[in-house]
Design a protein around this ligand. Sequence first.
Ligand code: ATP
Length: 254
Amino acid sequence: MLQVKNMSFSVPDKQILNNITFSVEQGKFVGIIGPNGSGKSTMLKIIYRYLKQTSGLVTLYEKDIGHFPQKKLAQELAVVSQETPVLFDFTVKDLVMMGRTPYKKWLAADNPQDFAIVEESMMLANVLHLESRTFSQLSGGEKKRVMLARALAQQANILILDEPTNHLDIEHQYQLMDLVKDLPITIVAALHDLNLAAGYCDILLVMKDGALYMEGTPEQVLTEETLKEVFHMQAGVSKNPFTKKLHLFFYTNY
Ligand SMILES: Nc1ncnc2c1ncn2[C@@H]1O[C@H](COP(=O)(O)OP(=O)(O)OP(=O)(O)O)[C@@H](O)[C@H]1O
C-alpha cells in the first residue's frame, strides 16, 4: 500500500538519505531500526510529507503522496512524531479532538460520534484520567500518550510512530506496543529498543548511514553479524522464554 522508490534527501553539503526503496504491505507492523543519525526520522518525515525528498517517490495506493489533498492524507496517515508540539493551553481532550479535524467541514461543530471516538482513543492510550489537564502540565510520557490518543482519534489506515516508547516507563512501553500491534491498521515505527522491535514487528528495515542496509523478519535481520556491523555491538541472539520471540543480549568487549 505504501511504497518508497529511490528516495534520496540532501541538504547543502550533506546527503542524508541515499536511494531508498521499500514497500509496506497493508496490516503489517514495520519497524525501522538503525543507529543515531542513520536517517530514520528524516525518512519518516518525508513519508508523512513534513519534508520533501530531493529525488524519488513516495506512493500510497500507487498514487504520489504529493498529490493527496491535506485532509485526505490525514485520513490515511496519522503520526506521533519525536517532537512534542508547543500546545500549552489546550486541554488533553481538546488536543485529542484535533485528531477529528480531517473529517470536519470548515467550522463544523464536534458531533456525538467525534466525542465517542475521542473518549475511546483516550481510554486506549491510557490518558482518560488526564482529559481536563492542559498539555503543558503533563510529564514527557503523558504527553507522548496524549499524542498517541490524538493519532488514534484520527482513525487513519497507517500509523507512523517516531520513537513511540521514548519517555515511557516499562509498563507503558509494553502497553503501547500491545495496543498498536492489535490495531487493524498498518504501523511504521522507528524504534531504538531492538528487543521491542524483535518482539512486535513483522518486518524490520535496517538503516545505516542514510541507506537501507537490510530488510526482513526480525529473525532474518537481527543476527550477531548485523548487530556488529550496524550497531557495533556484541550480541547473543536467543529467545524470550515466555513469549518465544527473538531476544537479544548485549555485551561489550572493551
Ligand atoms: N536539516 C538538516 N541539516 C543538516 N543535517 C541534518 C538535517 N536534518 C537531519 N540532519 C542529519 O541527518 C542525519 C539523519 O538524521 P535523522 O534525524 O534522520 O536520524 P535518526 O536515524 O532518526 O537519528 P536518531 O536515532 O538520533 O533519532 C543526522 O546526521 C542529522 O544530523
